[in-house]
Design a protein around this ligand. Sequence first.
Ligand SMILES: [Fe+2]
Ligand SMILES: [Fe+2]
Length: 474
Amino acid sequence: MAINYQERIPNNVDLGNDRALQRALEHWQPKFLDWWTDLGPEGFQAADVYLRTATSVDAAGWATFGKVKMPDYRWGIFLADPEQDRTIGFGDEFGKPAWQRVPGEHRSTLRRLIVTQGDTEPASVEQQRRLGLTCPSLYDLRNLFQVNVEEGRHLWAMVYLLHGYFGRDGREEAEELLHRHSGDADNPRILGTFNEPIDDWLSFFMFTYFTDRDGKYQLMSLAESAFDPLARTCRFMLTEESHHMFVGETGVTRVIRRALEMMSELKTDDPELLRRHGVVDLPTIQRYINFWFSSSLDLFGSEQSSNAAGYFANGIKGRPDEGRFEDHICTETVEAMEMPDDNGVISTVEVPTRNAMNEITREGYIRDCMVGLTRWNRTIKRAGFDIELTLPGRRFRRSIGSWANVPVDPQGNIISQADYESGLNEWLPTEADRAYIHSLMHQVTEPGKMAGWIAPPDRGINNQPVDYEYVEFH
Ligand SMILES: [Fe+2]
Ligand SMILES: [Fe+2]
């Protein structure tokens, strides 16, 4: 269905024919804008930003580009086109018609999942709100704002479901999504990771590479849901999400490329010397990878989960790309997993497949994370350096699941608590690392110019040159 931009809330869900819903959302809209003004990007609300907006939901041509002030961005409700006679793809209801309404018995579970997903979207805008003040280039500033407005739209996507399908308690949850705030002592965001400020650009690139990719996998699982409006909403969100991970992957690539240039020029890989020349040494990048990858792994939940089994059995949440599996019922199979006991002895445990859904999703995520690492390592090798970036093992520094609080080194070996604690200084960003990264953060806003710690991108956005004026100040 075409997107209707004539209405106050752009949409492709025929909102004009549902007066009550339209009124409820129009009532929420000014509160959203107030939230954006108060907690959206600081200091740039009057700037003209070269942003893309959805014009249709098909993969071929969904985006149009133009300069807009962020508060005038056309946030709206866009669902992927319905699939005719779609049936449930997994679980006990396999093969039955997908749900167009919320079944009463799954109402609170679905509402909780939608609220949890919805809460992360504005949280990330809040976490990143001061980053513009230290952008390394106009190109990067524009990318940050593109990510931010799309996270705002993802909030709209979840609020539409809450308003449209969950009645009064859905409307109350939609209000709460604007009242909880990242890092707020009294009323924080739901998930821990989303309460940490992201105040340097290396962390932003790591977040968009590792944490937005967790988002991708959550959305892929929900895109399989028997609740069809949720599935269609998530399918369109995924097309937006891929730009966020592009920002992360190319961002880290450019930091590495700049480091390699300086390493070649100075003929050294000595971190101290490289820092004196204002670039980010590769061991520091490795420590940031260790930090962000391990904290993102926790977002998938426990290795064995009866909740996950219930979601799968009931058709609420499937596996990413459910279609690539042969068995969609999963009552007869097990997954082998290595787990520690209380004495630190590791044994192999067989977990019923339905209870292992979190781990199956996490595995897909880890494979996906490896793709960028392989590319980064190729870049390093091509520059003639014998250094390899790695992902720590999945057991490392976990706070959730079978490996929570088990002292494990990045290779996955159980070690003593004392060795673990002293090892963390080597494995994770230190205070000195963070102070150094912060010392590099200075705003660069001359078109085409880059901060000294990052290489320029290969190309601009939407075929514009790299030195295009992606953000105009007033
Ligand atoms: Fe999002
Ligand atoms: Fe995202």
